[in-house]
Design a protein around this ligand. Structure first.
Ligand code: MTE
Length: 308
């Protein structure tokens, strides 16, 4: 797959210049940072702060790509970085089936030619109580679902990760019931915050982060953001997601970030921001990971203690 698919700009942007642009556009510390790196004023115009972006400082590319959960490559945080290079991501296609008008195998190149690649700087909160801020590149999942044409009877979307034990060493052991499966309610899947990520920092998505195509649902715990997706099914029944199947007392279907509902073995009230250093204080976790204004309406009338 060519890197060009992931680029919302005309060229790959070095991380320092990238961060300076953000600082300038957000209206803080711009001048000092600019002077320090010698970034040019003409770097600015192709940049746009959009409504969904957080202005919190993004984690570094290195942090985002060296502290991962991707059990197909091992359960250690650095295992995916070490092992995921074995994954072949080109060619890649996504099977879309179930309650759709145009079921079939969608080649990644064909998909990318028809969607709008965008940049989204999202908070990312893992159920293990660590968090990051990640500048993704990707497109809204609703664009892909509309390509396939969702039938009115569909209520849920089921996602499946690639099953290829010869390239994914973790799949040779029964760590989880492979392949990894996740699910969303259709309205969650169609929400404009829900994206399929294809890149990071304007670069092709590294394998350890779920190349070439992974779901990102920023108001839910990170395990909903399923990696290396090869199958999407529109269906009437609620899908059985892998972590719920593994331990339904600890992990539910909804998995909305919620500081008021503890994990049975730890509190979800606070989180550790990766990169903060050993002595950094924990920060308060915000309901729906800070996206309540955008998604709160989806859950009116739902008991979030029962629907965890
Ligand atoms: N997808 C697959 N296929 N396998 C996994 O083990 N881990 C999940 C999620 N998606 C996982 C997955 C969990 S627990 C988290 S927190 C995020 O991916 C981590 O994403 P990151 O490594 O890009 O930060």
């Amino acid at each position: 797959m060519s890197a060009k698919y992931n680029l919302p700009y005309s060229h790959v942007t070095p991380e320092t210049v990238y961060l300076n642009r953000r600082a300038m556009m957000a209206g803080f510390a711009g001048a000092g940072l600019l002077a320090a790196t010698g970034a040019q004023a003409q770097d600015v115009p192709d940049f746009e702060i959009k409504g969904f972006d957080t202005t919190e400082t993004p984690n570094t590319f290195e942090e985002i790509t060296s502290y991962n959960n991707f059990y197909e490559f091992g359960t250690g945080k650095e295992d995916p970085m070490r092992n995921a290079h074995t994954l072949t991501t080109d060619p890649w296609s996504v099977e879309i089936d179930g309650m759709v008008e145009r079921p079939g195998s969608y080649g990644l190149g064909d998909i990318l030619a028809k969607v709008d690649i965008d940049e989204r700087i999202y908070r990312f909160r893992c159920v293990e109580a660590w968090s990051m801020v990640i500048p993704w590149n990707g497109f809204e999942l609703n664009q892909l679902l509309n390509l396939a044409g969702v039938q009115p009877s569909a209520k849920y979307v089921r996602f499946e990760t690639l099953f290829r034990p010869e390239e994914m060493p973790g799949q040779r052991r029964p760590i989880l019931d492979w392949p990894y499966v996740e699910g969303l309610r259709l309205d969650e899947a169609m929400h404009p915050l829900t994206i399929m990520a294809t890149g990071l920092y304007g670069q092709e998505l590294p394998n350890q982060n779920g190349a070439p195509l992974r779901l990102v649902v920023p108001w839910k715990y990170g395990f909903k953001s399923i990696k290396s997706v090869v199958k999407i099914t529109l269906q009437e029944e609620q899908p059985v997601n892998t972590w719920k199947a593994t331990n339904h007392r600890e992990y539910g279907f909804y998995s909305n970030v919620n500081p008021e509902v503890s994990h049975p073995r730890w509190s979800q009230a606070t989180e550790r921001r990766i990169g903060g250093g050993l002595f950094a204080s924990r920060i308060a976790t915000v309901k729906f990971n800070g996206y309540e204004e955008q998604v709160g309406d989806l859950y009116r009338g739902l008991d979030l203690t029962k629907n965890y």
